[in-house]
Design a binder for this molecule. Structure first.
Ligand code: AMP
Ligand code: MG
Length: 342
């Protein structure tokens, strides 16, 4: 190759790079505080600003359905037994018609609860309310209070009727808590909305719930998994993904310490106490974010052995487990495919 050809190449390559970069859309981000969490949506294509703004409106609408603490939410009305339909003979039995969204999430929650031996339980509200992680001086609840709250956490007190979309609750003290599944559902709905509006490349983040739509400028997304209890921003491992949800539940996300013991926010429904499994973090990879959310919580409660067995029994669900010694364990089709590609 002579000098003049090399010069031409040196000129042509930067021109190509400039044309390529100008063809790429600039990333656009919207964010807001919903569900006590910073939610952000970033697009890497020509999604309209209106569609992004509508995503925040959807978050606000879903908060008015699923929030346990917002006094105007549908879940709050159910938990406070507002406006019963009074169709039951028994005075203590509560009945109400649900919105299609709350019905769908509760129905999925019951299915996953039964499938996970109730490691995930959407009726733990009474127990969860005893553990006040947000307080400046949190207390460990008494055994007696925990036992009493547990006695009002029975999944069988709850039933749904698809014919008229009603919920029936036979225990007047039962309280629903959808904190381990609702953000996953919202991620799925935002993904659906964006896909219907032509979005091909975007990432939706709701705290530990991430949905990757397509790729990022044609390359897979790199999703880092945080080291439990570490201030070090360096991830312990990074997953390369596209078109899927990646959801992490970790005991380091919310906890307090008393007498040298860590009391975290993921409750073992069998005891009413924070789970004492051998896992500190569970990341589930699955294109259904509702399922990924509920399962990351459930696997954390199940522990390593049962959790891996469960994931291996599912199709299209994979997971990264971090145990109490900081060791990583991977399972599911994502890792089998990645290994076979190497
Ligand atoms: P996540 O961060 O998705 O694991 O959800 C944790 C939140 O789910 C907690 O803050 C509680 O509101 C709720 N939760 C805790 N333990 C359970 C459990 N075993 N099953 C269902 N929900 C739970
Ligand atoms: Mg969860």
């Amino acid at each position: 190759m002579n000098d003049s050809s090399i010069k031409k190449i040196k000129i042509i390559i930067p021109i190509f790079i400039m044309i390529f970069l100008s063809a790429c859309s600039q990333p656009k981000t919207v964010s807001g505080l919903y569900f006590d969490t910073l939610i952000s949506i970033t697009t890497y294509d020509n999604t309209s600003q209106e569609a992004l703004n509508e995503c925040l409106q959807l978050c606000s609408d879903y908060e008015l359905i699923f929030s346990k603490t917002n006094v105007n939410s549908e879940l709050y009305a159910i938990n406070t037994r507002a406006s019963s339909l009074n169709i039951s003979e028994a005075p203590d039995v509560y009945c109400a018609v649900l919105s299609p969204e709350l019905y769908e999430v509760l129905n999925t929650a019951i299915e996953i609860s039964l499938d996970t031996d109730q490691a995930f339980t959407p009726t733990l509200g009474q127990v969860i309310n005893l553990w006040d992680y947000k307080s400046d001086s949190p207390n460990v609840p008494s055994n007696c209070d925990i036992d009493s709250a547990l006695s009002h956490s029975d999944l069988s007190s709850l039933s749904l009727n698809p014919a008229d979309r009603t919920i029936t609750i036979s225990d007047s003290e039962l309280t629903l808590d959808l904190g381990a599944i609702a953000k996953g559902y919202v991620a799925d709905q935002l993904k659906k909305y964006l896909a219907e509006h032509g979005t091909r490349e975007a990432v939706i983040k709701l705290a530990g719930n991430i949905y990757c739509i397509g790729n990022k400028y044609g390359q897979q997304y790199s999703i880092g998994i945080q080291k439990p209890f570490s201030a070090d921003p360096e991830p312990v491992t990074t997953l390369k993904v596209s078109n899927t949800s990646v959801v992490t539940s970790g005991i380091y996300e919310r906890y307090f310490e008393a007498d040298g013991v860590i009391y975290h926010h993921i409750i073992d429904p069998a005891t009413g106490y924070p789970s004492r499994s051998d896992l500190t973090s569970v990341t589930v990879i699955c294109d259904n974010s509702t399922m990924a959310d509920a399962l990351s919580t459930a696997i954390l409660v199940m522990g390593k052995e049962k959790g891996i067995e469960y994931i291996d029994s599912q199709s299209n669900v994979s997971a990264v487990l971090i145990d109490e010694n900081g060791n990583l364990h991977t399972c599911g089709s994502y890792f089998n495919q990645t290994a076979s590609q190497q």
